[in-house]
Ligand binder design. Structure first.
Ligand code: NAD
Length: 302
């Protein structure tokens, strides 16, 4: 990809949760690079309470004051059709969807209520599903689409007090990998990011000097690259924050091969535990192991 200034002229970008934090940084960037921007934000608290049109309006005004094109949408992402309709009604198309809206309901697993679990799944998982499903027919028809989902280190590695959020964030990785597979032949490229940035979400959990170096602006360039028409990457997962950008992938140990008969006992697995768990000669799969090959190797065991 040439290192020229990436532009998005004539394209419509929908950013969910764009009234603050990372979403605002994405929206203002796209607004400054020629795109029509739909600034979606419900405007509630970080715990998902209340609603207010002010958050989205302020960002729309910010984009327009610098000569950009933007409209506000105040729906919850759970109402994805209405958000995509705002793009179609105002700009006649949608090219990029950034599923970014999110809330937190942190509480230890022992004390987690159904509502804490359900709200998180509804906003993060169902919200991303509803927005993507509403955008999909347009993407398919025009044979062009760029979609970003927002995961989190909490989902990839677990995080104390965030089992609801961790579950939702890792769900988005699988969701997006499947969309990448289904979208490929229509030139719909779908990737997931796990960002780290200073926002109202992280304001209470990180010290101010750390937050100072974690500007949302430092996550924007990766999203810009992945959503540009020159991008060819799809179905991948990236980390970005504080000036570090990296890609993550699965690793599979070479594993043990055991004959699939009555000798395949717990004791037999314990006997081969080193082979099961050693990452020496591991590979980096992008799919399940080849079942036929594995079965053949297993049945050839003495
Ligand atoms: P933020 O709270 O500043 O931004 C989230 C925005 O989403 C808010 O403006 C909020 O009003 C909006 N929103 C919440 N529920 C909504 C709904 N139902 N419909 C529409 N809008 C809604 O937080 P942020 O840090 O900018 O987070 C952005 C995304 O990045 C989230 O998905 C978050 O989980 C993820 N994330 C952030 C970090 C980080 O370090 N900041 C780390 C990992 C993941």
């Amino acid at each position: 990809m040439a290192p020229q200034e990436l532009r998005y002229d004539g394209q419509t970008v929908v950013v969910t949760g764009a009234g603050g934090g990372l979403g605002r940084a994405y929206a203002t960037f796209f607004g400054s690079r020629g795109a029509n921007v739909v600034v979606n934000d419900l405007g509630g608290s970080f715990k998902g309470e209340g609603a207010n049109s002010k958050a989205a309006d302020i960002v729309v005004e910010e984009i327009r004051s610098k000569g950009g094109k933007a409209v506000a949408n105040y729906d919850s992402v759970e109402n994805g059709e209405a958000i995509i309709k705002t793009a179609i009604d105002n700009f006649g198309r949608i090219d990029v969807l950034i599923n970014n809206a999110g809330i937190l309901r942190d509480i230890s697993f022992k004390n987690m209520k159904d509502q804490d679990w359900d709200l998180i799944q509804q906003v993060h998982v169902k919200g991303a599903f509803k927005c993507a499903r509403a955008a999909w027919p347009y993407f398919r028809k025009q044979k062009y689409g760029r979609l970003i989902s927002t995961a989190s280190a909490a989902g990839l590695f677990g995080s104390f007090g965030q089992c609801n959020y961790s579950a939702a964030k890792l769900a988005l990785v699988g969701f997006t990998e499947t969309l990448a597979k289904e979208g490929l032949k229509y030139n719909i490229l779908c990737n997931t990011i796990a960002p780290i940035a200073a926002s109202r979400m992280t304001a209470t959990v990180m010290p101010p000097d750390v937050l100072e170096n974690l500007k949302p602006d430092w996550v924007v360039p990766l999203v810009a690259v992945l959503t540009h028409k020159s991008n060819t990457e799809t179905g991948a997962l990236y980390e970005a924050g504080g000036g570090h950008v990296a890609r993550l992938r699965w690793e599979r140990s070479k594993g043990a091969v055991l004959k699939p008969d009555e000798t395949l006992t717990p004791g037999a697995i314990i006997g081969k535990w080193n082979e099961v768990t050693s990452f020496k000669d591991a590979d980096h799969p992008d799919g399940p192991g080849n079942a036929m090959e594995l079965l053949e190797a297993a049945t050839q065991q003495p």
